[in-house]
Write a protein that binds this ligand. Structure first.
Ligand code: BG6
Length: 490
């Protein structure tokens, strides 16, 4: 494994929640594991007026709960610097350039510059422009930019933002984060599919009946009501995380592990998402919003009562949809996706349901034959299992469905910290495999915009599910119509 990575990492939005909970713990973990040796400096750029000493104290306090091996914290903090930054003010970038050059000399950093935009998306464009105008992107090492989501609000705004960023960075220098791609079990999808001979021959519409993807949360919108009101579950989760999972599950075998080869195949899937008519969108996509209810024995309030949420809000906190992929491999195989806040359980799970034997010798009625399933548990459990049929150990010759489970070794750390650690490491190595290419974004927005348009014509009847349940009834009906049900009954 590569060590001695050298880089100056500048984090915009350094005093924000994401930075404290995920970015600093992740960078610390990389530091603690020895990937940088001593050749790293981190500039926390933020709006607050802080000294470097105060900032170091805040980072130290913030990362405590998110790291397992604190023994190198003090030496890590010596690599951390604070810079008050007004993102709109060009003079502020000149002083940032001076600080950058000073730290590059001090830590011998070879001019490798990584900019992380962990801030409001309204500023992504202007920061990218100012980085270039100030000369910060003019360096003898690499220059790379990490952009947090949301990347646009629809195709048009995403295109505009992309053009702004592309004026300062090339596509191969832009790392658009989708933190699901950093999760161990999501990265395992490719390994499972292409690293085993037993799956790939069956991985098509001849043998697969349907694929179900669930990402359910017990959390509500917390303090993000303002952002969430303009986003909703469709843009917050389906446009990115869920469609990314669909593309990994459905893509053709890439020519190599090279990120261009992999992302090219993912793009093909997103391009092949079946263009459905408005009437089918109404039928195939269910939206919901949570009402008050009980979660873990505690009462929780309705979405409309959350801070910064319109009391008559029509924003959806739940989406279930039936997606079809219009190509030879997948024609006729529905991909059911489902995501929601304030559901009964936290669970990210993928279920691949295989078709039943056309005639099973051991059942009077072929319908009793249990389907073979491959279940991929992404969170909170991490692992996968294969459900096969075998004989019950009795004299009646009865059959039973048996689960062959694999559970990843217990890892109590928050998964998202691991995801960010994986992703930041990839960026430092220049590996774009687990980041969204512009073409992926473009096709996923095209798909989402159509749904959004159809939904905008009709007022939903919200709230339509109680907190602590599995979402609105229509979500179950979506599968029942096709003679199926959600395997993950949460
Ligand atoms: C984020 C969304 O991208 O993913 C949040 O903005 C959501 O609304 C989160 O809570 C879920 O992530 P995870 O890793 O907990 O499933």
């Amino acid at each position: 494994m590569k060590k001695n990575i050298s880089a100056l990492i500048t984090i915009f939005g350094a005093t924000g929640d994401l930075s404290y909970r995920k970015l600093f713990p992740s960078i610390y973990n990389l530091f603690q594991k020895g990937y940088f040796a001593e050749s790293v400096a981190i500039i926390g750029a933020g709006i607050d007026q802080l000294t470097t000493e105060e900032f170091r104290k805040q980072v130290k306090a913030a990362i405590q709960n998110h790291i397992d091996n604190p023994e190198k914290v003090e030496s890590f903090l010596k690599h951390l610097f604070y810079k008050q930054q007004d993102v709109n003010d060009t003079a502020s970038y000149e002083s940032l350039l001076q600080l950058s050059q000073k730290l590059e000399d001090q830590f011998n950093l070879e001019g490798n510059r990584l900019f992380y935009l962990a801030m409001s998306p309204n500023f992504f464009g202007i920061v990218a422009k100012n980085l270039k105008d100030s000369g910060l992107t003019n360096t003898k090492g690499f220059k790379r930019i990490i952009i947090e989501k949301p990347f646009g609000d629809n195709l048009k705004s995403a295109e505009k933002l992309n053009n702004q960023i592309r004026n300062s960075f090339e596509e191969d220098e832009i790392f658009r984060i989708d933190h699901y791609l950093g999760k161990e079990m999501i990265q395992n999808i490719e390994r499972l599919r292409f690293g085993n001979t037993i799956f790939e021959p069956l991985w098509n519409n001849k043998y697969i009946s349907n694929i179900q993807i669930t990402s359910a949360e017990t959390l509500g919108v917390e303090d993000r009501g303002g952002y969430y009101e303009s986003s909703g579950a469709l843009k917050d989760m389906v446009q990115n995380h869920l469609l990314q999972m669909v593309s990994l599950l459905a893509m053709e075998t890439p020519n190599s592990r090279n990120s261009n080869d992999i992302r090219r195949e993912k793009v093909q899937v997103l391009k092949a998402l079946k263009n459905v008519k408005p009437i089918e969108i109404k039928r195939n996509f269910v939206r919901g919003q949570y009402d008050k209810g009980i979660i873990n024995n505690e009462p929780v309030q309705a979405y409309r009562s959350e801070p910064n949420v319109d009391p008559n809000s029509t924003t959806e906190t739940f989406v279930a949809g039936k997606i079809e992929i219009d190509n030879v491999r997948w024609a006729g195989v529905p991909f059911y996706v489902r995501t929601g806040k304030r559901m009964s359980k936290k669970s990210i799970q993928i279920v691949i349901e295989f078709k039943k034997n056309p005639r099973n010798l051991y059942y009077e009625n072929n319908e009793d034959n249990a389907a073979n399933l491959l279940v991929i548990d992404v969170q909170p459990n991490e692992g996968f299992s294969l459900c096969v049929n075998g004989k019950k150990s009795d004299q009646n010759n009865e059959m039973q469905s048996v689960k062959l489970p694999y559970t990843m070794p217990i890892n109590d750390k928050m998964n998202t910290v691991d995801a960010y650690e994986n992703l930041i490491f990839d960026v430092l190595l220049g590996d774009q495999t687990n980041f969204t290419h512009w073409d992926e974004l473009m096709y996923s927005w095209l798909f989402i915009d159509e749904i959004e348009k159809v939904w905008s014509y009709e007022q939903p009847n919200f709230p339509n599910y109680k907190a602590g349940t599995n979402g609105p009834e229509e979500s179950d009906e979506l599968l029942e119509r096709d003679g199926l049900s959600w395997w993950n009954n949460l």
